[in-house]
Design a protein around this ligand. Structure first.
Ligand code: AMP
Length: 420
Protein backbone atom coordinates (compact mmCIF):
# COMPACT_ATOMS: atom_id res chain seq x y z
CA UNK A 1 0.00 0.00 0.00
CA UNK A 2 1.31 3.49 -0.79
CA UNK A 3 1.91 5.76 2.18
CA UNK A 4 -0.57 8.49 2.89
CA UNK A 5 0.53 12.06 2.33
CA UNK A 6 -0.57 15.27 4.00
CA UNK A 7 -3.48 16.86 2.07
CA UNK A 8 -2.66 19.35 -0.68
CA UNK A 9 -1.81 22.79 0.63
CA UNK A 10 -0.86 21.53 4.10
CA UNK A 11 2.40 20.53 5.70
CA UNK A 12 3.52 18.91 8.91
CA UNK A 13 5.54 20.68 11.53
CA UNK A 14 8.31 18.42 12.69
CA UNK A 15 11.35 18.70 14.92
CA UNK A 16 13.71 20.44 14.78
CA UNK A 17 11.88 23.14 12.72
CA UNK A 18 8.78 22.94 14.90
CA UNK A 19 10.78 24.47 17.77
CA UNK A 20 11.16 27.66 15.76
CA UNK A 21 7.42 27.64 15.10
CA UNK A 22 6.64 27.43 18.82
CA UNK A 23 9.16 30.16 19.59
CA UNK A 24 7.53 32.45 17.01
CA UNK A 25 4.10 31.88 18.53
CA UNK A 26 5.48 32.69 21.95
CA UNK A 27 7.33 35.77 20.72
CA UNK A 28 4.16 37.16 19.15
CA UNK A 29 2.12 36.40 22.24
CA UNK A 30 4.56 37.85 24.79
CA UNK A 31 3.99 41.58 24.07
CA UNK A 32 0.18 41.28 24.06
CA UNK A 33 0.18 39.36 27.31
CA UNK A 34 2.23 42.14 28.88
CA UNK A 35 -0.37 44.61 27.61
CA UNK A 36 -3.28 42.98 29.43
CA UNK A 37 -4.71 40.75 26.70
CA UNK A 38 -6.28 37.53 28.03
CA UNK A 39 -6.14 34.22 26.18
CA UNK A 40 -9.24 33.11 24.29
CA UNK A 41 -9.81 29.85 22.46
CA UNK A 42 -12.81 29.24 20.22
CA UNK A 43 -13.90 26.18 18.22
CA UNK A 44 -12.23 25.32 14.93
CA UNK A 45 -15.62 25.60 13.22
CA UNK A 46 -18.58 27.95 13.52
CA UNK A 47 -21.97 28.48 11.93
CA UNK A 48 -21.22 29.36 8.34
CA UNK A 49 -23.38 32.46 8.60
CA UNK A 50 -21.09 34.00 11.20
CA UNK A 51 -18.43 34.23 8.52
CA UNK A 52 -20.66 35.13 5.58
CA UNK A 53 -22.10 38.01 7.61
CA UNK A 54 -18.99 38.85 9.56
CA UNK A 55 -16.24 38.50 6.98
CA UNK A 56 -18.38 39.59 4.04
CA UNK A 57 -20.58 37.99 1.39
CA UNK A 58 -18.47 39.42 -1.42
CA UNK A 59 -15.02 38.44 -0.18
CA UNK A 60 -12.98 35.66 -1.75
CA UNK A 61 -12.55 34.20 1.72
CA UNK A 62 -16.30 33.54 1.93
CA UNK A 63 -17.27 32.91 -1.68
CA UNK A 64 -14.33 30.81 -2.83
CA UNK A 65 -12.14 29.75 0.04
CA UNK A 66 -14.35 28.56 2.86
CA UNK A 67 -14.46 24.94 3.93
CA UNK A 68 -18.23 24.88 4.45
CA UNK A 69 -20.16 21.70 5.12
CA UNK A 70 -23.46 20.32 6.36
CA UNK A 71 -23.24 18.03 9.38
CA UNK A 72 -25.14 14.77 9.76
CA UNK A 73 -27.48 16.71 12.03
CA UNK A 74 -28.13 19.32 9.33
CA UNK A 75 -26.08 22.18 10.77
CA UNK A 76 -24.38 24.47 8.26
CA UNK A 77 -20.85 24.93 9.54
CA UNK A 78 -17.51 26.14 8.22
CA UNK A 79 -13.93 25.65 9.33
CA UNK A 80 -12.80 29.04 10.56
CA UNK A 81 -11.05 31.05 7.82
CA UNK A 82 -10.01 33.81 10.23
CA UNK A 83 -10.22 34.64 13.92
CA UNK A 84 -11.92 37.96 14.48
CA UNK A 85 -15.55 36.97 13.87
CA UNK A 86 -15.24 33.95 16.19
CA UNK A 87 -13.56 35.92 18.98
CA UNK A 88 -16.17 38.66 18.82
CA UNK A 89 -18.94 36.05 18.76
CA UNK A 90 -17.46 34.41 21.87
CA UNK A 91 -17.09 37.74 23.71
CA UNK A 92 -20.68 38.72 22.91
CA UNK A 93 -22.05 35.29 23.83
CA UNK A 94 -20.32 35.44 27.23
CA UNK A 95 -21.32 39.11 27.74
CA UNK A 96 -17.70 40.05 28.34
CA UNK A 97 -18.53 43.55 27.12
CA UNK A 98 -21.04 43.96 29.93
CA UNK A 99 -19.22 42.33 32.80
CA UNK A 100 -15.65 43.49 32.32
CA UNK A 101 -13.71 46.63 31.57
CA UNK A 102 -13.87 48.03 28.09
CA UNK A 103 -12.05 47.42 25.93
CA UNK A 104 -12.19 43.67 26.35
CA UNK A 105 -8.69 42.62 25.31
CA UNK A 106 -8.20 39.10 24.01
CA UNK A 107 -5.47 37.19 22.21
CA UNK A 108 -5.57 33.83 20.48
CA UNK A 109 -3.43 31.33 18.64
CA UNK A 110 -4.58 28.58 16.34
CA UNK A 111 -5.19 26.97 12.96
CA UNK A 112 -7.17 28.59 10.15
CA UNK A 113 -8.42 27.10 6.91
CA UNK A 114 -8.81 28.57 3.46
CA UNK A 115 -9.29 26.70 0.22
CA UNK A 116 -6.68 28.74 -1.64
CA UNK A 117 -4.42 27.86 -4.54
CA UNK A 118 -1.37 26.60 -2.67
CA UNK A 119 1.99 28.19 -3.32
CA UNK A 120 5.06 29.17 -1.31
CA UNK A 121 3.76 30.93 1.81
CA UNK A 122 0.11 30.24 0.99
CA UNK A 123 -1.44 27.16 2.52
CA UNK A 124 -4.89 25.71 3.06
CA UNK A 125 -4.14 25.19 6.71
CA UNK A 126 -2.10 27.89 8.40
CA UNK A 127 -1.44 29.30 11.81
CA UNK A 128 -2.13 32.73 13.23
CA UNK A 129 -1.66 34.53 16.50
CA UNK A 130 -4.19 37.33 16.87
CA UNK A 131 -5.23 40.08 19.27
CA UNK A 132 -8.50 41.97 19.53
CA UNK A 133 -9.50 44.98 21.65
CA UNK A 134 -13.27 45.10 21.76
CA UNK A 135 -15.48 48.02 22.73
CA UNK A 136 -13.39 51.18 22.61
CA UNK A 137 -12.77 53.89 20.09
CA UNK A 138 -9.46 55.49 20.84
CA UNK A 139 -6.55 56.14 18.49
CA UNK A 140 -4.19 55.08 21.29
CA UNK A 141 -5.74 51.61 21.17
CA UNK A 142 -5.12 51.28 17.43
CA UNK A 143 -1.57 52.49 18.06
CA UNK A 144 -1.12 50.07 20.96
CA UNK A 145 -1.96 47.06 18.83
CA UNK A 146 0.26 48.16 15.95
CA UNK A 147 3.16 48.83 18.33
CA UNK A 148 2.72 45.41 19.96
CA UNK A 149 2.87 43.67 16.59
CA UNK A 150 5.92 45.69 15.55
CA UNK A 151 7.59 44.87 18.88
CA UNK A 152 7.05 41.16 18.40
CA UNK A 153 8.70 41.23 14.97
CA UNK A 154 11.53 43.21 16.46
CA UNK A 155 11.95 40.82 19.37
CA UNK A 156 12.35 38.00 16.85
CA UNK A 157 15.24 39.87 15.28
CA UNK A 158 13.45 40.62 12.01
CA UNK A 159 14.56 43.84 10.37
CA UNK A 160 12.81 43.62 6.99
CA UNK A 161 9.19 43.97 8.09
CA UNK A 162 7.49 47.10 6.73
CA UNK A 163 4.25 48.53 8.05
CA UNK A 164 1.69 49.83 5.55
CA UNK A 165 -0.97 52.08 7.02
CA UNK A 166 -4.25 53.49 5.78
CA UNK A 167 -7.61 54.73 7.00
CA UNK A 168 -10.77 53.41 5.35
CA UNK A 169 -13.00 56.12 6.81
CA UNK A 170 -16.22 55.55 8.69
CA UNK A 171 -19.94 55.50 7.99
CA UNK A 172 -19.84 59.24 7.28
CA UNK A 173 -17.13 59.49 4.67
CA UNK A 174 -16.74 55.97 3.36
CA UNK A 175 -20.08 55.96 1.44
CA UNK A 176 -19.19 59.25 -0.24
CA UNK A 177 -15.80 57.88 -1.30
CA UNK A 178 -17.42 54.62 -2.36
CA UNK A 179 -19.70 56.44 -4.79
CA UNK A 180 -16.83 58.50 -6.24
CA UNK A 181 -14.76 55.35 -6.67
CA UNK A 182 -17.66 53.49 -8.29
CA UNK A 183 -18.06 56.30 -10.83
CA UNK A 184 -14.40 56.01 -11.70
CA UNK A 185 -14.37 52.20 -11.87
CA UNK A 186 -17.48 51.97 -14.08
CA UNK A 187 -15.53 53.82 -16.76
CA UNK A 188 -12.76 51.20 -16.92
CA UNK A 189 -12.36 48.18 -19.17
CA UNK A 190 -12.99 45.30 -16.73
CA UNK A 191 -14.35 41.75 -16.88
CA UNK A 192 -17.84 40.83 -15.69
CA UNK A 193 -16.79 39.52 -12.28
CA UNK A 194 -14.92 42.70 -11.52
CA UNK A 195 -17.86 44.80 -12.77
CA UNK A 196 -20.07 42.96 -10.30
CA UNK A 197 -17.55 43.66 -7.57
CA UNK A 198 -17.76 47.39 -8.36
CA UNK A 199 -21.41 47.29 -7.34
CA UNK A 200 -20.98 45.14 -4.22
CA UNK A 201 -17.63 46.21 -2.80
CA UNK A 202 -15.75 48.66 -5.02
CA UNK A 203 -12.87 49.12 -2.57
CA UNK A 204 -11.86 45.53 -3.12
CA UNK A 205 -11.24 46.26 -6.80
CA UNK A 206 -8.25 48.36 -5.67
CA UNK A 207 -6.87 45.14 -4.21
CA UNK A 208 -6.89 43.37 -7.59
CA UNK A 209 -3.39 42.06 -8.17
CA UNK A 210 -3.64 41.74 -11.98
CA UNK A 211 -1.31 43.99 -13.93
CA UNK A 212 -4.02 44.85 -16.51
CA UNK A 213 -6.29 46.08 -13.71
CA UNK A 214 -3.58 47.84 -11.72
CA UNK A 215 -2.56 49.82 -14.79
CA UNK A 216 -6.06 51.23 -15.14
CA UNK A 217 -6.22 52.08 -11.44
CA UNK A 218 -3.34 54.55 -11.65
CA UNK A 219 -5.64 57.58 -11.48
CA UNK A 220 -8.24 56.13 -9.10
CA UNK A 221 -9.61 58.45 -6.42
CA UNK A 222 -8.01 57.77 -3.03
CA UNK A 223 -9.74 57.45 0.33
CA UNK A 224 -7.10 59.71 1.85
CA UNK A 225 -8.55 62.60 -0.16
CA UNK A 226 -12.08 61.87 1.07
CA UNK A 227 -11.75 61.30 4.82
CA UNK A 228 -14.13 63.33 6.97
CA UNK A 229 -12.65 65.63 9.60
CA UNK A 230 -13.18 63.15 12.46
CA UNK A 231 -11.48 60.31 10.57
CA UNK A 232 -8.64 62.54 9.47
CA UNK A 233 -7.96 63.70 13.05
CA UNK A 234 -8.22 60.13 14.36
CA UNK A 235 -5.79 58.86 11.78
CA UNK A 236 -3.38 61.68 12.45
CA UNK A 237 -3.29 60.74 16.13
CA UNK A 238 -2.55 57.10 15.32
CA UNK A 239 0.30 58.21 13.08
CA UNK A 240 1.72 60.52 15.74
CA UNK A 241 1.59 57.85 18.44
CA UNK A 242 3.39 55.38 16.19
CA UNK A 243 6.06 57.92 15.39
CA UNK A 244 6.54 58.70 19.07
CA UNK A 245 6.94 54.98 19.75
CA UNK A 246 9.60 54.74 17.07
CA UNK A 247 7.45 52.52 14.84
CA UNK A 248 8.03 53.44 11.22
CA UNK A 249 5.20 53.16 8.68
CA UNK A 250 4.40 53.92 5.07
CA UNK A 251 1.11 55.59 4.17
CA UNK A 252 -0.63 53.38 1.64
CA UNK A 253 -3.91 54.95 0.53
CA UNK A 254 -4.68 51.87 -1.57
CA UNK A 255 -4.48 49.37 1.24
CA UNK A 256 -7.98 47.92 1.61
CA UNK A 257 -7.36 44.31 2.73
CA UNK A 258 -9.48 41.33 1.89
CA UNK A 259 -12.14 41.52 4.56
CA UNK A 260 -15.27 43.65 4.44
CA UNK A 261 -15.52 44.71 8.03
CA UNK A 262 -12.72 47.23 8.36
CA UNK A 263 -13.26 50.92 9.18
CA UNK A 264 -10.71 53.66 9.87
CA UNK A 265 -7.24 52.24 10.73
CA UNK A 266 -6.16 49.45 8.40
CA UNK A 267 -2.65 48.10 8.32
CA UNK A 268 -0.54 45.36 6.94
CA UNK A 269 2.94 44.13 7.80
CA UNK A 270 4.83 43.00 4.72
CA UNK A 271 8.19 41.37 4.16
CA UNK A 272 10.00 41.69 0.87
CA UNK A 273 11.84 38.39 1.17
CA UNK A 274 8.73 36.26 0.69
CA UNK A 275 7.86 36.62 -2.99
CA UNK A 276 4.25 37.26 -3.89
CA UNK A 277 2.80 36.24 -0.51
CA UNK A 278 4.45 39.15 1.24
CA UNK A 279 1.88 39.89 3.98
CA UNK A 280 3.13 38.56 7.29
CA UNK A 281 0.33 40.11 9.30
CA UNK A 282 -2.51 42.54 9.14
CA UNK A 283 -5.46 44.04 10.86
CA UNK A 284 -7.51 47.10 11.49
CA UNK A 285 -10.48 48.69 13.14
CA UNK A 286 -13.88 47.08 12.71
CA UNK A 287 -16.42 49.36 14.31
CA UNK A 288 -19.42 47.84 12.53
CA UNK A 289 -18.71 44.11 12.90
CA UNK A 290 -20.49 43.56 16.21
CA UNK A 291 -23.75 44.92 14.82
CA UNK A 292 -23.31 42.86 11.64
CA UNK A 293 -23.33 39.67 13.72
CA UNK A 294 -26.25 40.71 15.91
CA UNK A 295 -24.45 42.48 18.77
CA UNK A 296 -24.59 46.04 20.12
CA UNK A 297 -22.39 48.79 18.77
CA UNK A 298 -18.87 47.89 19.89
CA UNK A 299 -16.08 49.71 18.08
CA UNK A 300 -13.05 47.42 18.06
CA UNK A 301 -9.63 46.92 16.59
CA UNK A 302 -7.39 43.90 16.11
CA UNK A 303 -4.81 42.04 14.08
CA UNK A 304 -3.70 38.57 13.11
CA UNK A 305 -0.09 37.71 12.38
CA UNK A 306 0.73 34.67 10.27
CA UNK A 307 3.04 32.28 12.08
CA UNK A 308 3.98 30.31 8.93
CA UNK A 309 5.02 33.43 7.04
CA UNK A 310 6.88 34.88 10.03
CA UNK A 311 8.94 31.68 10.11
CA UNK A 312 9.58 32.10 6.36
CA UNK A 313 10.63 35.72 6.98
CA UNK A 314 13.14 34.58 9.60
CA UNK A 315 14.50 32.08 7.12
CA UNK A 316 14.68 34.72 4.37
CA UNK A 317 16.71 36.99 6.64
CA UNK A 318 18.88 34.13 7.87
CA UNK A 319 17.84 34.77 11.48
CA UNK A 320 18.24 31.71 13.72
CA UNK A 321 16.33 32.05 16.97
CA UNK A 322 18.27 31.26 20.12
CA UNK A 323 16.50 28.03 21.00
CA UNK A 324 17.41 26.13 24.17
CA UNK A 325 18.66 22.60 23.40
CA UNK A 326 15.94 19.96 23.67
CA UNK A 327 18.27 17.86 25.82
CA UNK A 328 20.93 18.98 28.31
CA UNK A 329 21.96 15.58 29.60
CA UNK A 330 21.90 12.23 27.82
CA UNK A 331 22.27 9.07 29.90
CA UNK A 332 24.22 6.09 28.53
CA UNK A 333 24.02 2.96 30.72
CA UNK A 334 26.41 0.05 30.38
CA UNK A 335 24.61 -3.00 31.72
CA UNK A 336 21.33 -3.74 33.48
CA UNK A 337 22.14 -2.33 36.90
CA UNK A 338 23.32 0.93 35.32
CA UNK A 339 20.09 1.10 33.33
CA UNK A 340 18.10 1.24 36.55
CA UNK A 341 20.39 3.69 38.27
CA UNK A 342 20.60 6.09 35.32
CA UNK A 343 16.90 5.84 34.60
CA UNK A 344 16.27 6.98 38.18
CA UNK A 345 18.85 9.75 37.75
CA UNK A 346 17.17 10.96 34.54
CA UNK A 347 13.81 11.16 36.30
CA UNK A 348 15.38 13.12 39.17
CA UNK A 349 17.10 15.50 36.73
CA UNK A 350 13.85 16.17 34.88
CA UNK A 351 12.00 16.79 38.13
CA UNK A 352 14.72 19.30 38.99
CA UNK A 353 14.07 21.12 35.69
CA UNK A 354 16.96 19.71 33.64
CA UNK A 355 16.15 18.47 30.13
CA UNK A 356 17.38 14.89 30.16
CA UNK A 357 17.07 11.87 27.90
CA UNK A 358 18.10 8.24 28.00
CA UNK A 359 19.54 5.66 25.59
CA UNK A 360 16.55 3.38 25.16
CA UNK A 361 16.41 0.13 23.29
CA UNK A 362 19.48 -1.56 24.77
CA UNK A 363 21.92 0.03 22.28
CA UNK A 364 25.63 -0.69 22.49
CA UNK A 365 27.85 2.07 23.90
CA UNK A 366 29.01 3.24 20.51
CA UNK A 367 25.49 3.75 19.20
CA UNK A 368 24.33 5.22 22.47
CA UNK A 369 27.16 7.80 22.38
CA UNK A 370 26.20 8.63 18.81
CA UNK A 371 22.64 9.29 20.01
CA UNK A 372 24.01 11.41 22.85
CA UNK A 373 25.94 13.57 20.39
CA UNK A 374 23.02 13.81 17.99
CA UNK A 375 20.67 14.90 20.80
CA UNK A 376 22.59 18.17 21.17
CA UNK A 377 23.07 17.49 24.90
CA UNK A 378 25.90 19.28 26.66
CA UNK A 379 26.65 16.33 28.94
CA UNK A 380 26.51 12.56 28.81
CA UNK A 381 25.98 10.59 31.98
CA UNK A 382 27.72 7.22 31.75
CA UNK A 383 27.80 4.34 34.20
CA UNK A 384 29.10 0.76 34.21
CA UNK A 385 29.42 -1.82 36.95
CA UNK A 386 32.72 -0.53 38.25
CA UNK A 387 31.34 3.01 38.60
CA UNK A 388 28.31 1.76 40.47
CA UNK A 389 30.47 -0.33 42.80
CA UNK A 390 32.24 2.92 43.69
CA UNK A 391 28.95 4.79 44.09
CA UNK A 392 29.58 7.15 41.16
CA UNK A 393 28.61 7.85 37.55
CA UNK A 394 30.81 9.50 34.90
CA UNK A 395 29.82 12.98 33.72
CA UNK A 396 31.24 13.67 30.29
CA UNK A 397 31.29 17.14 28.77
CA UNK A 398 30.41 16.47 25.13
CA UNK A 399 31.89 19.78 23.99
CA UNK A 400 35.35 19.39 25.55
CA UNK A 401 35.47 15.61 25.94
CA UNK A 402 36.43 16.01 29.65
CA UNK A 403 35.07 13.34 31.91
CA UNK A 404 35.02 12.79 35.67
CA UNK A 405 33.18 10.87 38.42
CA UNK A 406 30.21 12.29 40.30
CA UNK A 407 28.76 10.71 43.43
CA UNK A 408 25.30 9.20 42.85
CA UNK A 409 23.59 11.48 45.35
CA UNK A 410 25.23 14.56 43.86
CA UNK A 411 24.21 14.09 40.23
CA UNK A 412 21.42 16.67 40.24
CA UNK A 413 23.35 19.40 42.07
CA UNK A 414 26.52 18.85 40.05
CA UNK A 415 24.74 18.85 36.69
CA UNK A 416 22.81 21.99 37.61
CA UNK A 417 26.02 23.71 38.67
CA UNK A 418 27.84 22.74 35.51
CA UNK A 419 24.92 23.86 33.29
CA UNK A 420 24.53 27.23 35.01
P1 AMP B 1 -5.67 37.94 6.74
O1 AMP B 1 -6.76 37.53 7.67
O2 AMP B 1 -5.88 37.45 5.33
O3 AMP B 1 -5.30 39.36 6.83
O4 AMP B 1 -4.41 37.11 7.24
C1 AMP B 1 -3.58 37.54 8.30
C2 AMP B 1 -2.24 36.89 8.13
O5 AMP B 1 -2.38 35.48 8.13
C3 AMP B 1 -1.58 37.19 6.79
O6 AMP B 1 -0.85 38.38 6.86
C4 AMP B 1 -0.70 35.98 6.59
O7 AMP B 1 0.52 36.14 7.29
C5 AMP B 1 -1.49 34.88 7.23
N1 AMP B 1 -2.21 34.11 6.19
C6 AMP B 1 -3.42 34.38 5.65
N2 AMP B 1 -3.75 33.45 4.74
C7 AMP B 1 -2.74 32.56 4.71
C8 AMP B 1 -2.50 31.34 3.99
N3 AMP B 1 -3.36 30.86 3.11
N4 AMP B 1 -1.32 30.70 4.21
C9 AMP B 1 -0.43 31.15 5.12
N5 AMP B 1 -0.62 32.28 5.83
C10 AMP B 1 -1.75 32.97 5.64
Amino acid sequence: MTLFQAPKGTYDLLPPDSATFLAVREAIAAPVRRAGYGYVETPGFENVELFSRGVGESTDIVTKEMYAFTTRGGDELALRPEGTASVLRAALEANLHKTGNLPVKLWYSGSYYRYERPQAGRYRHFSQVGAEAIGAEDPALDAELIILAADSYRSLGLSGVRLLLNSLGDKECRPVYRAVLQDFLRGLDLDDDTRKRIEINPLRVLDDKRESVQRQLAGAPLISDHLCEACRAYHEQVRELLTEAGVGFEDDPRLVRGLDYYTRSTFEFVHDGLGSQSAVGGGGRYDGLSEMIGGPSLPSVGWALGVDRTVLALRAEGVALPLPPATDVYAVPLGEQARRTLFTAVTALRRAGVAADFAYGGKGVKNAMKSANRSGARFALLAGERDLAEGVVQLKDLQTGEQGPVALDEIVTTVKERLA
